[in-house]
Design a protein. Structure first.
Length: 252
């Protein structure tokens, strides 16, 4: 169950080539300040999973992008592409809001909260890059190793003048057991490793038809009825005044 270093190197290369939960139940979100966490090893040697979500389609919660995750085209993906093709500043802004966002996830044990078991931590590209950097640094070795891995101090919050909070990850100086005797030893480790959450079962998925309904509702709220230049995407293939932009893109 050792970490797959080839996969980690490939992930770092892919990340650089691109330029670059609220704490309830199975998800964990850092609180302001410092916390110690441990990345939990996974059977495939790759604890970091990458997903794409759509977030800003009205009041709907985030859901997995069918196109980015499974190669299934859907009305929202087509709409976003049509907005980019439109080329105006306003269209591009809306497209950036609606397009699928990349997020990364890893199974973690939060020190001091071991009784809650393995949870899913979701984070952005900068934290992901820091984690890959630690793993690929030979000074630290396999930070997920059950017996000789390393806890990480995570500091989360805003510095003066920052608009958004940031995450800083610092490895502890000494290696340690994932499951020391005082919290259950090897039996506790077996329990944790056998109960790593299945990520995709926890994420919202939508069918093409469901996305169509959400998009129609969003368009109805965003667009004034008297605007005849707006075209509605229709699964039957018909074009009303919001559909032409979609159809132009789909046929291109």
């Amino acid at each position: 169950m050792a970490i797959n270093m080839d996969k980690m190197r490939a992930k770092m290369e892919a990340l650089q080539s691109k330029g670059g939960g609220g704490g309830d139940g199975v998800f964990w979100k850092p609180q302001e300040g410092g916390q110690d966490i441990r990345i939990v090893p996974t059977p495939d040697g790759d604890p970091f999973k990458e997903y794409y979500f759509h977030y800003n389609l009205g009041k709907n919660p985030g859901f997995l992008s069918p196109y980015r995750m499974y190669g299934v085209d859907d009305p929202l993906n087509s709409f976003v592409r049509s907005l980019f093709r439109d080329g105006t500043k306003e269209s591009r802004k809306v497209a950036l809001d609606l397009m699928a966002k990349q997020r990364f996830f890893a199974p973690v044990i939060v020190r001091g909260e071991e009784e809650k078991g393995v949870r899913i931590w979701g984070f952005g590209k900068k934290a992901y890059e820091q984690l890959l950097g630690l793993i690929l640094n030979p000074e630290y070795g396999d930070i997920t190793d059950v017996d000789q891995g390393i806890d990480i101090t995570l500091k989360y919050g805003k510095s003066e003048g920052d608009r958004f909070p940031s995450t800083t990850l610092t490895p502890r100086r000494r290696s340690s057991s994932l499951c020391p005797d005082n919290i259950g030893g090897s039996e506790k480790c077996t329990e944790w490793l056998d109960n790593i959450p299945d990520y995709e079962k926890e994420f919202s998925k939508k069918t093409v038809e469901e996305i169509q309904v959400m998009l129609d509702e969003w368009l109805a709220g965003e667009v004034a009825p008297e605007n005849e230049d707006v075209v509605k995407y229709d699964n039957s293939g018909s074009t009303t005044a919001v559909d032409a932009a979609f159809e132009q893109l789909i046929n291109a």
